[in-house]
Design a protein around this ligand. Structure first.
Ligand SMILES: Nc1nc2c(ncn2[C@@H]2O[C@H](COP(=O)(O)OP(=O)(O)OP(=O)(O)O)[C@@H](O)[C@H]2O)c(=O)[nH]1
Ligand SMILES: [Mg+2]
Length: 208
């Protein structure tokens, strides 16, 4: 077994309202880091994280699941948590054992009751966090509205994922609106997302 120095360990929880895309992100992290060679999908019951029969049947997370990934000599212990509040105990327990949180926000639904609730749990534990605006490739995605709705989210470093053109369009509208404190990055979900990461970084450079 590979031994990691504590400096190279990251314990991170994925938090968010139900269906924000936490499990899909966990699957993308597993796939992109090379831990699995097929991208698992919640809708097809093939995700690694929703392993339980009940989770696969209901197509939603019920348990907090540890997803270990390696990324650039770092060991990421990612905890995928359920978004439905019936299983909130799993979220509270996870928030206590991690060093940081990624809060996923659906770019169409925006900041929802579950988003605010998990944000409060992260506050209680004083967790540094990243707001991850997901589903940006959907037609009615609105990054700016999410940022406006989530005053807290706009203060955090913000990661954006989605189709390149959609991300560019949304970021441009932010820039046009005079945004100056947005720090964004594209999380590479697959090989096709790498180009958009570079382009978005270049675009962000125009903010400073
Ligand atoms: N269009 C689009 N759909 C997505 C994206 N990410 C996830 N989904 C879909 O959104 C639905 C919910 O995704 P999950 O990954 O199960 O969301 P979750 O946050 O883990 O849900 P819970 O565990 O039930 O809280 C599924 O149908 C996914 O295929 C995305 O980036 N774009
Ligand atoms: Mg899930």
């Amino acid at each position: 077994m590979k031994i990691y120095k504590s400096d190279n360990l990251r314990n991170v929880a994925l938090l968010g309202h139900g269906s924000a895309g936490k499990t899909s992100l966990a699957e993308a992290m597993l796939y992109d880091s090379g831990a699995v060679n097929r991208l698992g999908r919640v809708d097809e019951g093939t995700s690694v994280s929703d392993w339980d029969d009940e989770e696969r049947r209901r197509k939603m997370s019920i348990n907090a699941t540890l997803i270990p990934c390696e990324w650039r000599d770092h060991k990421l212990n990612v905890i995928d948590t359920p978004g439905y509040m019936d299983f909130v105990g799993e979220v509270v327990g996870s928030a206590r054992v991690v060093d940081a949180a990624v809060v996923l926000v659906d770019s169409v639904g925006g900041v929802e009751v579950g988003t605010e609730q998990v944000w409060d749990y992260a506050d209680e534990q004083n967790l540094p966090r990243l707001a991850f605006v997901n589903k940006m490739e959907r037609e009615n995605a609105n990054f700016q509205r999410v940022v406006e709705l989530g005053g807290a989210a706009s203060a955090a470093d913000t990661a954006v994922v989605g189709d390149e053109a959609a991300v560019e369009r949304q970021l441009r509208s932010l820039i046009d609106a005079g945004a100056t404190d947005i720090h964004a990055a594209i999380f590479p979900v697959g090989p096709d997302k790498r180009a958009s990461m570079a382009r978005t970084r270049a675009l962000l450079a125009t903010l400073t």
